[in-house]
Design a protein around this ligand. Sequence first.
Ligand code: SF4
Ligand code: SF4
Ligand code: SF4
Length: 209
Amino acid sequence: MRSILSKHAFTGRHGRDGDSVSVSSGSSHSPTGTGSPARRALLRGRVNAPVVPRPPGALEGLAFGDACTSCGDCARACEEGIILRDRDGLPVVDLREGECTFCGACTEACETGALIPDQPWPWRAALRPAACLSLNGIACRACEDPCEPRAIRFELRTGGCAAPLFTEADCTGCGACISACPNEAIGLVRAAPTPDSLPASEPMETRPC
Ligand code: SF4
Ligand code: SF4
Ligand code: SF4
């Protein structure tokens, strides 16, 4: 079970399982000034909140919140149905819903400049060892097969289950392993310039507008 996830999306997105919900009237806001999600977060003292994965090509930090109008065009353009809202109403890529194909449809759909074409995807997969079944005595290789670049390999260990090893250099950050894991044991870390020693991200909270 997902501890803090409320599984909802922008109205009208191409959901795979019919779970789209209505957007509340409170979602409308101006892209600048105190009404923007970034400014509301600032006023609530959340400027130091963890960075979360915005759709590919997103501007960094508060610049994204200032440019994004929460219109939902990116989410509706995403055939994978992986763009949801965070608690500030801004779009986030939730790779528990599926993998990103890096098709660019979300970026192309964004008319505000919040998403810029041809930017590198700055996220890579990383293991949360405490949640990994295989590292805790339960045989599991669910993440291995979905990884097309073969960035995950399993190393046999004497007297125990095989241990998954992630090679960041081979990882595209597509998230296929994240949605495949039955225990949310895989999160994301920022690729360089953020230090690679950061722990994998915890499951984020997503909600309707
Ligand atoms: S690049 Fe494509 S698959 Fe990835 S979030 Fe954007 S629209 Fe969805
Ligand atoms: S299309 Fe652009 S402005 Fe609209 S919600 Fe997505 S990122 Fe924000
Ligand atoms: S994010 Fe994609 S490329 Fe990276 S380890 Fe997971 S499945 Fe492999």
